[in-house]
Design a protein around this ligand. Sequence first.
Ligand code: SME
Length: 152
Amino acid sequence: MKDKESTYRTLAAQVKALCAGEDYPVSVMANVAAAIYEATGAWWAGFYVWRGDALRLGPFQGPVACTRIEAGRGVCGTAYAKRQTIVVPDVEQFPGHIACSSRSRSEIVVPIFDNDGSVKAVLDLDSDRLAAFDDTDARHLEHIAALIAPHI
Ligand code: SME
């Protein structure tokens, strides 16, 4: 990605348009995963949705992934449990990282909040490059998470 700020500005506008009038969560998550994947060049981009006892694999783009992640496990379960964005510059240095693809080198996971403040899903991006994600990605992906939250 050449210029993250402008890429994310365009992406946010696209996400708003994709969400407008949509109330079926799968459609929204599917299109937003595709838009993020295309715009960012991520190796994997998608959602895990909280289903009562664990995060379950939702719509995504990229290689097949694990279907179930418990709270506190891996990067996704840690972002869920801590209720905060986790940026992992090198997945091999993250204790408990769940390796769905051996080509994943860095990762960012952003929680998506329900009206009552609970985490209802997480947005996960993986890169095949080390340290692909930083505070700029975190800020913009949190904005995107807030945009889609009412639609999923
Ligand atoms: N690496 C994640 C698992 C999901 S995949 O990256 C798609 C984790 O540690 O939670």
